[in-house]
Design a protein around this ligand. Structure first.
Ligand SMILES: [Zn+2]
Length: 308
């Protein structure tokens, strides 16, 4: 029911990572994440030290016996870049990491097409070069994610969301101020945290019905903040004024208007963050993802999960 750091998997990932990282900085904010990374870094240092102590003599002995030209092609300190078609334990480890971070990819040990798609979505979400290859930078960004295990039933997931300072939720409806506060995003989360269903709005097409918020969507929200470093303000969940068949009324969808303190916009930082968030939502299994440039979504991002 709580989120726990998965230190072992981070440590093993860091052992394979180089210290060069542009993506790693995104997680410097999280206090718990920082502590975990520091611990893993220590493990890395210990592992490197003992490897050097034990391994150096025999390695140099071998080097004496091989031709000078051959030495340059062997560098055991750098793990190979993983790419489509790669196989083996390193790929399984990558896939386990992707799954821990919320991807629906399967652990097959083969760098297949779903793995490549997940890697590309992760890269776009974390402002990395989108090439589908797992080299030093992507590996470092994957390792830098705190790797908190997201568990719990519907109410427990909502309780964790309510407690996270990095996720806020409006207590009013844009365009309907003062109306139906009981169907606001904040009320929806509080009701769900208390084990109740969420209310849709009484105006528009929703008619004040009750709906259970979707657990995949709630897990996705936690993943976005806890493991992917996005700070979010939610404007609507089940409430608000949407089209008749809107996924909001099914409880599987959220709208976000502010990301990392920046308002979603058609250009500049607000656009860039929106596109990163949209990619993170698809990484996490959302299939209805809209944002700036899509009709009626110039100022917010909409992420919807399929109904079970
Ligand atoms: Zn929406």
């Amino acid at each position: 029911m709580t989120t726990k750091p998965n230190a072992r998997s981070i440590a093993s990932f860091l052992r394979r990572s180089e210290k060069t990282s542009s993506g790693a900085g995104a997680f410097a904010r999280g206090r718990r994440g920082k502590a975990v990374i520091a611990t893993a870094g220590l493990l890395l240092a210990v592992a490197t030290a003992s490897a050097n102590a034990a391994g150096s003599p025999s390695l140099s002995a071998w080097a004496d016996r091989i031709a000078p030209g051959a030495q340059r092609s062997v560098d055991i300190s750098k793990p190979a870049t993983l790419c489509p078609g790669s196989k083996g334990e390193a790929v399984s480890e990558l896939q386990r990491r992707l799954v821990l971070l919320g991807s629906t990819t399967k652990v097959t040990g083969v760098f297949d097409s779903p793995t490549e798609k997940a890697v590309k979505k992760f890269q776009r979400a974390h402002a990395l070069k989108v090439d589908g290859l797992v080299g030093p930078r992507t590996r470092a960004a994957l390792a830098a994610a705190p790797g908190l295990r997201i568990t719990g039933n519907r109410a427990e997931l909502a309780q964790q969301i309510v407690r996270r300072p990095g996720i806020t939720a409006d207590d009013f409806h844009s365009g309907h101020k003062g109306q139906d506060p009981e169907s606001s995003a904040r009320s929806n989360l509080r009701d769900t945290a208390a084990g109740k269903s969420a209310l849709t709005s009484r105006y528009g097409d929703a008619h004040g019905k009750r709906v259970d918020l979707d657990t995949d969507m709630l897990r996705g929200l936690l993943q976005l903040n806890a493991n992917h470093g996005f700070r979010l303000n939610i404007t609507e969940l089940a409430g608000g004024d949407h089209s008749k068949t809107s996924w909001h009324y099914a409880g599987t969808t959220f709208d976000v208007n502010e990301i990392n303190g920046v308002h979603v916009a058609m250009s500049g930082k607000g656009r860039e963050l929106a596109e990163r968030l949209q990619s993170a939502c698809t990484f996490l299994g959302a299939t209805q993802v809209l944002g700036p440039g899509d009709r009626n979504h110039d100022t917010h991002v909409h992420c919807g999960w399929p109904q079970n």
